[in-house]
Design a protein around this ligand. Structure first.
Ligand code: ATP
Length: 231
């Protein structure tokens, strides 16, 4: 479903991401694990087409993110690290706005009802976003990513800043989304990706340093500790 080849992003002399190559099969939930500054956000931004790569290619369901951007972007739902939410809108108003922004052609009421359901938002539709807890705001972020019925979800550190209960709830939502979507979940928390993901890619200093199932990775926890990750 996702094919990344030689993906590189340089800022002057500094390589934020160097020559990344990996693929993600349809239906897989991939954990993208790495410490602060490892290159996770830079990679996510290139996969979603928000940032131009210095070199390399990304294809999503066969569509190249640069040369076939419109098609590729329709396949991807992106939850960035700090999603742009409008605090003075109600949840309903905001998601209808995103629906129009994405020029979504699915039947509006049925589609938004299913998005509310998937994101666990049905009971707060009329609430102002500013009055929601951080956990619910993150659900709104997930909901905007789900509009347009994307096959792929790219989620950049979706549990950062949440309290332990909210973290458990958001992980639950992600796990259930993973039943119908291909997911890349970035995180710096090893147990989080072990709990939620089928496979984990470990990135450090812009390079992939390990790739394996959660079971294979736990055998290498010593290596993860060396990367200063939360264990
Ligand atoms: P975090 O967990 O803190 O969000 P990350 O793994 O997402 O970190 P990135 O934000 O991708 O890491 O950053 C990777 C490297 O690229 C860092 O060294 C960062 O300072 C550098 N970097 C990112 N964006 C820029 C930029 N616009 N200009 C210069 N350097 C940048």
């Amino acid at each position: 479903m996702i094919q990344v080849n030689g993906l590189t992003r340089r800022y002057g002399d500094i390589a934020a991401v160097s020559d990344l190559s990996f693929s993600v099969a349809e239906g897989e939930i991939i954990g993208f694990l790495g410490p602060n500054g490892a290159g996770k956000t830079t990679t996510m931004n290139m996969i979603t087409g928000c940032l131009r790569a210095t070199a390399g290619t990304v294809t999503v369901d066969g569509a190249d993110i640069e040369t076939d951007a419109d098609r590729a972007r329709k396949i991807i739902g992106y939850l960035p690290e700090n999603p742009p939410l409008y605090p003075d809108m109600t949840v309903d108003e905001y998601l209808e706005f995103v629906y129009r922004l994405k020029k979504c052609r699915l039947p509006q009421k049925e589609h938004l009802d299913s998005v509310y359901d998937m994101a666990g938002l049905s009971d707060v539709r009329g609430r102002l976003i500013r009055n929601l807890s951080k956990g619910y705001r993150q659900r709104v972020g997930l909901a905007q990513a789900l509009i347009g019925d994307p096959k792929v979800l790219i989620l950049d550190e979706p549990t950062v800043g949440l309290d332990p209960r909210q973290i458990i709830e958001i992980r639950e939502v992600i796990r259930s989304l993973g039943q119908k979507h291909t997911v890349i979940l970035s995180s710096h928390i090893l147990p989080e990706v072990q709990e939620v993901c089928d496979r984990i890619l470990v990135i450090d200093h812009g390079r992939i340093v390990a790739d394996g199932t959660p079971a294979e990775l736990s055998e290498r926890v010593e290596g993860a500790e060396q990367l200063n990750m939360t264990i």
